[in-house]
Design a binder for this molecule. Structure first.
Ligand code: SF4
Ligand code: SF4
Length: 293
């Protein structure tokens, strides 16, 4: 008997980035023993898109990738109609990535009404209000493959995931990306990074790192089980948040020398006090290269 969970991956206005990220999941063989795609835009699947839109095919989870517009169609059928039809069939809906969750990059596409399923940036969208109880959001540009797969296993095992205000599982989004970064000591003593890709220094003060106010597990569950942006020397660009994408991703906006966006919960006054204290330290070790050239 086939006990696999049946999944429909519906691609709306998307670049397929989430699909590519998902294909990097390290235990795909195991995953495909437990789940089967009734349709996926890239992976071989049982039904064609034409069959998906014309018939009502049994399915357990609807995954939506890409932002949603009333004008956008797949196989000549509006994605809004496809979502409404399958939302009546499935047990759970997962918005995969920041476009499907908040509108993301394709909010600025030619489809002027593009939004996420339940949010237009941080504002609620009413079109799919009835589906909110069924929805879990896993934001990211792209989504972290382990966040997506672990969410799907939680659904399979009927785990009651606690969600935040944007329907994201707290298990993966309660942390900030700053949590677990190898550069935390440089952050504490205000030692900035001077060159992208270098191992030393923190990128918050001059190079635009948004990790202290971005919710995701990138430094807790490493990408490809190896690394993260900030560990590798690239600032976090805040891709899991409703505000993504912001302009000027590689520089820190400041007012009177103070970063415009501060770590969550830190007020300007507290920041200035802490900055004053850390200025008193000059730690030679943190100014040097970690490895000899
Ligand atoms: S580089 Fe970013 S994530 Fe790493 S310590 Fe600095 S602010 Fe935090
Ligand atoms: S480090 Fe930041 S920008 Fe990079 S994937 Fe994680 S949340 Fe997105």
């Amino acid at each position: 008997m086939n006990n696999k969970v049946r999944v429909l991956w519906l691609s709306s206005i998307a670049c397929n980035g989430n699909t590519h990220s998902f294909l990097n999941y390290p235990y795909m063989e195991q995953f495909l023993n437990d789940f089967e795609f009734i349709y996926h835009p890239i992976i071989d699947s049982k039904y064609s898109l034409k069959e998906i839109v014309s018939d009502d095919i049994a399915c357990d989870i609807l995954l939506i990738e890409g932002s949603i517009s009333s004008e956008f169609k797949r196989a000549d059928v509006s994605v809004v109609e496809i979502i409404k039809k399958y939302s009546n069939i499935v047990k759970k809906i997962v918005t995969v990535g920041t476009c499907a969750t908040f509108g993301g990059i394709f909010r600025d596409s030619d489809y002027k009404d593009s939004t996420g399923l339940h949010f237009d940036k941080d504002k609620r969208v009413n079109e799919f209000e009835k589906l909110i109880e069924k929805t879990i959001s896993v934001s990211g540009c792209p989504v972290h493959p382990e966040t997506l797969v672990n969410t799907m296993y939680a659904i399979k095992k009927s785990v009651d995931l606690q969600l935040d205000n944007f329907l994201r599982p707290k298990e993966f989004y309660a942390y900030t990306v700053h949590n677990g970064c190898t550069r935390n000591e440089y952050f504490e003593y205000k030692v900035d990074n001077h060159k992208f890709g270098e191992l030393e220094g923190c990128m918050f003060y001059d190079h635009g790192c948004q990790a202290p106010f971005t919710h995701a597990s990138c430094n807790k569950t490493l990408w490809n089980e190896v690394n993260s942006k900030t560990r590798a020397g690239m600032p976090c660009v805040g891709c899991t948040e409703p505000t993504f994408p912001k302009g000027n991703l590689f520089g820190t906006k400041k007012n009177m020398g103070i970063p415009q966006d501060l770590p969550i919960g830190v007020g300007k006054r507290t920041y200035l006090t802490l900055a004053g204290i850390t200025k008193a330290f000059s730690i030679d070790r943190l100014e040097k290269k970690l490895f000899d050239d």
